[in-house]
Design a protein around this ligand. Structure first.
Ligand code: BEZ
Length: 270
């Protein structure tokens, strides 16, 4: 599977709504001046900067060097780190994450790293794609690949758990969930879904030879049109968010048990 490539200019054009719609997640975090905060999957750093400007000592991490460079250019501390490989030790008052955790498909590794990064009692607050997120787009991608004799399963780069599944994961990895809620958030797109696909669905598109990709995208757009485009040509993507807040609890009584779902499959403990 080709690695997703991030282009900050394309992201700013096609996905500026991501940080704009992240404001309620920052509100849920309620960052206080002087707090040390880790922004996990900081992308181009728009929200990192917001928390920085509010007086927090923020470190942004993201797996994409291009997005980290864009974040640094905004004047924040940002580093290239894969969210599965966090190496911080008891240094943050809070870990924040907006629209990033669905790209991290081994949640146990991520949660272990977040747990280690937090000070005792620290907060973990975030939002990402929940079960059924972008279901129309996913179905269209699946069907268009299947029509070409290709199984889409190995190209799926996303982790979209149910609220109950994520609550169990949080508990299993040492957190006390305060809230874990899934909700539909229909999301207007700046153009038709072409830009969204080219920005976010590269792993499916790149499953095809270069010369077949353009036609594939056109077909996926047409498969999405009846459900996502209204009579006036306005496109709205069928986002489902999973919003949560948890605190780091003592791990003294923690027993690691498989939860029965793939996302909860045993992963190395810290
Ligand atoms: C999301 O924010 O839910 C999302 C964005 C891009 C791809 C998949 C999901």
């Amino acid at each position: 599977m080709d690695k997703q490539k991030w282009n900050p200019a394309q992201y700013a054009e096609q996905a500026h709504f991501v940080s704009e719609l992240g404001a309620p997640v920052v509100d849920l975090l309620a960052p206080r001046p002087g707090e040390r905060i880790l922004d996990l999957g900081c992308g181009d750093g728009v929200l990192t900067k917001e928390m920085h400007d509010a007086g927090c000592r923020v470190v942004g991490v993201d797996a994409s060097p291009e997005m980290v460079a864009a974040a640094i250019s905004k004047g924040v501390d940002a580093r290239v780190v894969d969210g599965h490989e966090l190496q911080f030790e008891s240094e943050f008052d809070a870990v924040f994450s907006n629209a990033a955790l669905h790209w991290m498909t081994h949640p146990g590794l991520v949660l272990n790293g977040v747990y280690r990064a937090l000070k005792p009692g620290g907060r973990f607050v975030g939002e990402f794609g929940g079960y059924g997120n972008v279901a129309t787009i996913r179905r269209a991608l699946d069907e268009a690949l299947t029509a070409r004799g290709i199984d889409a399963t190995p190209f799926n780069p996303w982790f979209f758990p149910r609220a109950e599944e994520y609550r169990l994961l949080l508990e299993r990895y040492g957190f006390e969930p305060l809230t874990v809620q899934a909700f539909a958030r229909p999301t207007p797109l700046p153009n038709d879904v072409t830009g969204w696909l080219e920005t976010f669905a590269q792993s499916f598109i790149n499953g095809l030879p270069q010369e077949k990709r353009k036609r594939f995208v056109v077909e996926v757009v047409e498969r999405c049109r009846p459900a996502l485009c209204d009579g006036d040509g306005r496109w709205v993507a069928d986002y489902v968010r999973l919003r949560f807040a948890a605190t780091k609890s003592s791990r003294a009584n923690l027993t690691l048990k498989p939860t029965g779902s793939s996302a909860g499959a045993p992963e190395p403990a810290a």
